[in-house]
Design a protein around this ligand. Structure first.
Ligand SMILES: [Zn+2]
Length: 384
């Protein structure tokens, strides 16, 4: 539980939500695996006379370096980590070879000549370490000391799940010029992902990265099993007379006929839809869900407000741009979720605009600003 303790310090928002899950652990526990520290990618490159180790961190992680003599090597301990990088990283600079030992949870660097590690400044979520040549005396002294030569830790960055609507045999709406919604949503999602990654305030995952069908329940499960801080579902549907961008949150009763019709159409796109929960007495399930949902809906609504504010500054907006309806994809009880209609493919001007990469970039930039503002506000609200 060491990682959980550490996490508590950095991620109050999530712990609060887990509190509710603890209450209903029997019911919902299976959908909530603990977030484990993991390395998503690893690289070793040559930088002048040194080597540079780059690790992408997923989940909170602590590490320490030790120097060992005869033969000279550096060992990076990553307790409890799940390593998704390559087991062997090759050679670079003073590093002759690098191997990750999954049993010991250690990255072992065999040195061609004495070298010591030094952490470099880098974006959140990345651990950059320079392995620079050192004198034989300095290395021997470090190896003789029975203590780490460097150590540190990093909190988990919150995960934002981007959900490009439709895909595969479900094209979504189709505009008069033949524009398919599923292609626009994927294109916009890719730009949004890049902008969020550049911002360095969160990790990003996408429910689909190519033209494939994913059920609504699987999209919801994707965000839940990854312990997402936010789910943003991107769409550009068809609705007669509607024009401009709008943002939707979950409500069993729709805010207006347009929102109701959109939700019905979206939900029908997924014949296997519906969020299935394990069988418990319905009244217990209802209480647990409403407890969690109240909080989640509040967070969703706060994000929707910020998103509308940012979109309004950048692109044309639907009158009354913040609406509610019973979209299945928004039904994760513990993941704040919004559905963004970037515009409507049934409107020729919206279709023309959405076909333009520049227009999609404006939408993505607005949403990225909204995500960062919302994450900042949520973290301030839950720290201390
Ligand atoms: Zn759609």
């Amino acid at each position: 539980m060491e990682t959980r303790e550490r996490r508590k310090k950095h991620d109050g928002m999530d712990i609060r939500r887990r509190h509710f899950l603890g209450l209903g652990g029997v019911v919902l526990g299976s959908a909530q695996p603990a977030l484990v520290a993991s390395i998503g990618a690893a690289s070793l490159t040559t930088e002048g006379r040194a080597a540079r180790l780059g690790l992408t961190l997923e989940g909170p992680l602590s590490w320490e370096w030790r120097a060992l003599a005869e033969p000279p090597r550096l060992v990076l301990s990553l307790p409890g980590v799940t390593w998704r990088g390559p087991a062997r990283l090759g050679s670079a600079g003073p590093v002759a070879s690098a191997l990750f030992d999954d049993e010991a949870k250690e990255l072992r660097l065999n040195l061609a000549r004495p070298a010591l590690p030094r952490r470099l400044p880098g974006p959140a979520g990345r651990l950059l370490v320079e392995i620079a040549p050192a004198s034989t005396e300095a290395f021997s002294a470090a190896a003789r000391r029975d203590m780490p030569v460097a150590q540190g830790s990093a909190p988990a960055l919150p995960l934002v799940v981007i959900d490009p609507g439709h895909g595969g045999y479900d094209p979504g709406a189709i505009g008069r010029r033949g524009t398919e919604e599923k292609r626009l949503t994927l294109a916009a999602a890719q730009v949004l992902r890049r902008k969020l990654q550049e911002g360095g305030k969160c990790r990003v995952a996408m429910t689909r990265e190519r033209d494939e069908f994913i059920s609504l329940a699987d999209r919801v499960a994707f965000a839940r099993t990854r312990d997402a801080a936010l789910l943003i579902s991107l769409h550009a549907d068809s609705a007669p007379g509607a024009k401009g961008a709008s943002v939707y949150t979950l409500a069993e009763t729709a805010s207006d006929p347009l929102a109701a019709a959109l939700a019905q159409r979206e939900n029908n796109a997924d014949l296997a839809g519906g969020l299935s929960l394990p069988s418990v007495p319905p009244e217990v399930q209802a209480i647990l869900l409403s407890l969690m949902r109240q909080e989640t809906l509040g967070d969703s609504a706060r994000f929707a407000r910020v998103a509308v504010r940012e979109l309004t500054r950048a692109v044309p907006i639907l009158p009354k741009p913040r609406r509610e309806a019973a979209f299945i994809v928004l039904k994760a009880p513990e993941v704040p979720s919004v559905l963004v209609e970037m515009g409507f493919l049934s409107d020729p001007e919206d279709e023309a605009a959405l076909r333009q990469p520049e227009h999609r970039a404006l939408i993505a930039a607005s949403l990225a600003r909204a995500v960062e503002a919302w994450l900042g506000a949520t973290q301030r609200a839950t720290s201390g």
